[in-house]
Ligand binder design. Structure first.
Ligand code: SAH
Length: 350
């Protein structure tokens, strides 16, 4: 079956060789390799073709974009030279960019940089990806998308923060008053234990991850323990104290009531459709050193039936929303889609 063939992404090409796809003559029937259905074989070939042409296709799209831009620039300079309106041709600024500067002065000739977010007011969030061996290929793919989503949520929070700061600067001038915040709206997000198939997945399909903004997420290939021990850049292995660390798990009765700046919240980076109950809890217990294990206050704030296991991405988003609102109910309502509220919100839906 296809799943056997996809045991590692790298085997795709090799396996397809054992069918007759490469040697087939026009009109000849497609014969899949032994043990593989025809539809699985076709799917495999499609995927292989996609892999082979992906880079070329990307390049082609890039070139098209470049050509279009060059045409537009030429058109703009012509219109400008004739004194005709050209604004409709100017490309809108990249809306997704995080703007951290304000232009001030007569003609906006001075640029002021807004102060960075106070790191001591941030919570830490670690997605612990030490569970590669417990997932199948599809679940690894799902986890990679969830990490991307978590990054994008944190990036949105960072962006919104700076947008507000820029507005404040504009309103009050460079030395406007800054209200002290007790908790920052974005987190220091670290993805620990990026290796094996998850790493392969990022390298092959989401290579841009290496260019992700470190203010919004950082990848570490080392284990959770090593990340925690070096959280502040120092290497304090030997006398670990995890009393500022909370490992989140649905498999405990102890509830987390609030988040605190400076604390680190660990979320299991695993999609397991309920197969591995207590897995993350056991990891946390083996870390010891005063680590706390807590579940989210789901029952206390919303009605979900069945096991209350949420997805990794939803939990990260919930933590971020809590920092924004300091209100669990509001956070749950915003993060969990309405169709899931009041029904079984199990992580196997993703
Ligand atoms: N079998 C896994 C479940 C993974 S769900 C386990 O042993 O935890 C992905 C992660 O989201 C979990 O590891 C946990 O960190 C977090 N999570 C999901 N539901 C949660 C809940 N109700 N309370 C606290 N954390 C939760």
């Amino acid at each position: 079956m296809a799943s056997r063939v996809f045991e590692a992404f790298g085997t795709v090409k090799q396996t397809s060789m054992s069918g007759n796809a490469e040697t087939r003559k026009p009109g000849e029937k497609l014969v899949p390799p032994e043990g593989m259905t025809k539809s699985a074989y076709k799917k495999l070939l499609r995927r292989q073709r996609h892999e082979e042409t992906k880079a070329e296709y990307r390049e082609h799209r890039k070139q098209l974009r470049k050509d279009r831009d060059a045409e537009r620039r030429e058109e703009i300079s012509k219109l400008k030279a004739n004194g005709e309106p050209y604004e409709h041709l100017v490309k809108p600024r990249n809306k997704n960019k995080i703007v951290k500067t304000v232009q001030v002065g007569e003609d906006g000739e001075n640029v002021i940089e807004v102060p960075p977010m106070d790191a001591s007011k941030k919570i830490g969030v670690v997605i612990d990806c030490g569970y590669d061996d417990y997932m199948n290929e599809k679940e690894v793919v799902s986890l990679s998308s969830q990490i991307t989503r978590a990054y994008s949520s944190n990036r949105q929070a960072v962006k919104a923060y700076y947008a507000k700061e820029v507005e404040k600067q504009k309103g009050s001038g460079a030395d406007g008053e800054r209200k002290e915040m007790d908790i920052a709206p974005a987190a220091k997000l670290v993805i620990s234990g990026l290796d094996k198939r998850l790493k392969q997945r990022f390298e092959s399909v989401l290579p841009d991850y290496q260019k992700w903004d470190p203010e919004c997420a950082q990848f570490k290939e080392t284990s959770l323990q090593s990340v925690l021990d070096r959280w502040n850049g120092d290497n304090s292995v030997g006398d670990q104290d995890y009393s500022n660390v909370v490992y989140l798990s649905a498999d405990t009765e102890d509830v987390i009531t609030e988040l605190k700046a400076g604390e680190i919240y660990v979320v299991g980076g695993i999609v397991d459709k309920g197969r591995h109950k207590n897995l993350c809890k056991t990891t946390a217990e083996s870390l010891g050193h005063n680590i706390r294990i807590r579940r989210l206050p789901i029952d206390e704030y919303i009605k979900l039936s069945g096991r209350k296991v949420l997805t990794t991405a939803h939990v990260v988003e919930l933590l971020l929303k809590w920092c924004e609102y300091k209100d669990w109910k509001k956070a749950f309502e915003e993060v969990l889609p309405p169709r899931k509220m009041g029904q079984n919100e199990e992580q196997n839906e993703e």
